[in-house]
Design a binder for this molecule. Sequence first.
Ligand SMILES: Cc1cc2nc3c(=O)[nH]c(=O)nc-3n(C[C@H](O)[C@H](O)[C@H](O)COP(=O)(O)OP(=O)(O)OC[C@H]3O[C@@H](n4cnc5c(N)ncnc54)[C@H](O)[C@@H]3O)c2cc1C
Length: 478
Amino acid sequence: MCYDVSIIGAGVIGAMTARELAKYELKTVLVEATNDVAMGASKANSGIVHGGFDAKPGSLKARFNVKGCEMMPQVCRDLSVPYKNNGSLVVAFSEEEMETVKELYDRGITNGVPALSILDKAQLKALEPNLSDDVFGALLSESAGIVCPYELTIASTENAVSNGVEFVRNFKVDGISFDNGVFTLTSADGDTIKTKYVINAAGAHSDEISRLIGDESVELIMRRGEYFILDKAVGNLVSRTIFQCPTKMGKGILVSPTVDGNLLIGPTAEDVDVKDDTSTTSEGLKTIKTFSVKSCPTVSARNAITSFSGLRAHPVNNDFIIGPSKINPQFIQAAGIESPGLTSAPAVAEYIAEILVNAIGNVPENKNFNGIRKDVFRFRHATDEEKSAAIAENPAYGRIICRCESITEGEIIDAIKAPAGARDVDGVKRRTRAGMGRCQGGFCGSKVVEILARELGCSINDITKFGKGSNILFERTK
Ligand SMILES: Cc1cc2nc3c(=O)[nH]c(=O)nc-3n(C[C@H](O)[C@H](O)[C@H](O)COP(=O)(O)OP(=O)(O)OC[C@H]3O[C@@H](n4cnc5c(N)ncnc54)[C@H](O)[C@@H]3O)c2cc1C
């Protein structure tokens, strides 16, 4: 069996591209090294749908950011993914920084960003009363929003799989050969996949994947960003995403509500040598505290329920690397997709699909494609009537497993049974929020392990936190 297209990497770029390709009569496979989708940058970022004023005019970042921001609300509606058009502010703390705000405004206009305006101090404080009294003014971007990044990746994969794309987990590509117009991808375990086209969407590892075909053009620097997530009790301290003025290392420390009602503060920006090192550091967390109170003096890390970090795959040329490789035109790069990659994902996916369909030629459309993902039942958001109806239909919706987030057994079973469903505890957590609350899984963790084992028909000893080597239980103690 030979696939038409293999996508390496099930982050938001690979997943959304898989969904775009499902619109065509193509045999497509989405290949992921780990046990689940969204295990790289797509699970650990700010979740901001950027307006598009930050990127250099004429760059791929600018083009796809603006288009992706425009596409995101409809994509999220179609895929039943939490999204909010809350707007963003870049806040200035001096006359000099107001000059930066004006530059960002001009750049935004050049990039085609709608609904931008410059606010003075009084207008700004009227919108966000909890901001510091030291503010001078700000750039308001009304088209910006917030989204749940891993839910977007999960939902795109589910929808792609429902429309005929195959999803293969635990296949870490570590060899690629090319013979007679066909690639052979070899996994670390020695399994193989044959394919006519390859899309390299391997995030932080896209440089290594590129080198497997002898293409050295993808040069990346790993840039770690650390965060605190604060309790929902302070989730509405600000309504909009609050940025400070950007530096050469990025957009700086933000304070933002999340779509789930928490407050997010971070990220730092530190270049690191080790790929996949998503540890947090006391230095990094201290930096977040210092800079977040500058925007919002009442923000306190004492409300933190957890911290985490993500790795930006920063391309040395500072722009996305998208298009056919110069070494082999059947190998399409989707590499170096750092911020605003989440925002850009719907537009990047559409563009990559267009490149492929043009390259293959005469590809019929998939007439059965259905881009609408079945509504996800979220008990915590349901009305009393909806809850009663759901419980009457399936009593598992009446058993609360995660008390902090009000997540029911029925929702956990749905997450396991979904196309490309959860296979480990973190997979359940990302799909349902069981374990995302104040106790961080202290109460529900063991119950989730039992449900996973029961639904997957395996021993509880086989259930992992996040795939191979992360087993939770080993032996009975009594
Ligand atoms: C700290 C931080 C903050 C950010 N904030 C924002 C934001 O607010 N807004 C925004 O628009 N963007 C933001 N971004 C950028 C955004 O997160 C990324 O652009 C996006 O997630 C990249 O998606 P991806 O699919 O390219 O990579 P990833 O999500 O990293 O996915 C790559 C996948 O490839 C898999 N893989 C790797 N090697 C192999 C292999 N050999 N074989 C098979 N599979 C493999 C990985 O396991 C992973 O699942 C942020 C990024 C970071 C790190």
